[in-house]
Design a protein around this ligand. Structure first.
Ligand code: ADP
Ligand code: MG
Ligand code: MG
Length: 252
């Protein structure tokens, strides 16, 4: 059973003039395989900073605390090593990859993570199956990664990665934003399929409660001012939907 442990994480963003601006003020969170955690908070509260810090984005400086995956110090690993260790970050590949098809990209990623290339015959089937489940045209596999992708195609591509790479912990930042209702359903069903395997822990980061109608979290954490200010079960998400974040803003 895999466990991601975030302890008293403190992070600053590096400003262009070299100054550090503190954003995360001591985040504590434990995500185990099979669990789905929602992090919900207002814009600017530091949710993406948390995701990028775990991903290893160079813009962020860790000033305190720790992040471990099954006891391994994640913060000491390169971005590639983090992926190989089983961390999946949905915003990790937002850039276009000219000349690299979706099929080749996924096979390369799978090879890197498993340490050996997947067998061609079974891999082709897996790829086709993942695309069918996401209601994607087979020609999508031959397109270049993110080149001219619509919002919905980008998200489907993320969920394909999730289904094929089978990470230990998946962090999805604002996966629901920019999705129409059909795309939201398809993406949510994909997450729920991977979730049902019990092998992956999910951190769903969102500003909206919308996606939580399709993916029922086990735990909800309210994130304000760079830290978690309240925790609960799915009922907390429902309360946020009704009440918004106003009551936390006065405290923050
Ligand atoms: P969220 O994802 O919750 O909307 P972010 O993590 O994107 O929040 O941002 C948290 C805070 O960090 C915001 O106040 C934002 O203005 C600030 N921030 C992020 N990047 C920079 C930057 N390059 N320069 C200055 N402030 C930044
Ligand atoms: Mg934001
Ligand atoms: Mg954000």
């Amino acid at each position: 059973m895999s466990t991601l442990e975030i302890r008293d994480l403190q992070v600053s963003v590096k400003l262009p003039d070299g100054e550090l601006k503190p954003i995360l003020n001591g985040v504590d969170l434990t995500v185990k395989a099979g669990e789905t955690h929602a992090i919900m908070g207002p814009n600017g509260s530091g949710k993406s900073t948390l995701a990028y810090s775990i991903a290893g984005h160079p813009k962020y400086e860790i000033t305190g605390g720790s992040v471990t995956l099954d006891g391994v110090d994640v913060l000491e690993l390169s971005v590639d090593e983090r992926a190989r260790a089983g961390l999946f970050l949905a915003m990790q590949y937002p850039v276009e990859v000219p000349g690299v098809s979706v099929a080749n990209f996924l096979r390369t990623a799978k090879t890197a993570i498993d340490g050996e290339a997947p067998k061609l015959r079974t891999w082709a089937g897996e790829l086709r199956g993942a695309m069918e489940k996401l209601e994607m045209d087979p020609s999508f596999a031959q397109r270049n990664v993110n080149e001219g992708f619509s919002g919905g195609e980008k998200k489907r591509h993320e969920i394909m990665q999730l289904e094929l790479l089978k990470p230990k912990v998946a962090i999805l930042d604002e996966t629901d934003s920019g999705l129409d209702i059909d795309a939201l359903r398809i993406v949510s069903e994909g997450v729920n399929r991977v979730r049902a395997t019990g092998q992956t822990g999910f951190l769903l980061i969102t500003h909206y409660t919308r996606i939580l109608r399709y993916i029922k979290p086990d735990f909800v954490h309210v994130f304000v001012g760079g830290k978690i200010v309240e925790e609960g079960g799915p009922e907390l998400g429902e309360r946020l939907e009704a009440e918004g974040y106003d009551k936390y803003k006065v405290r923050a």
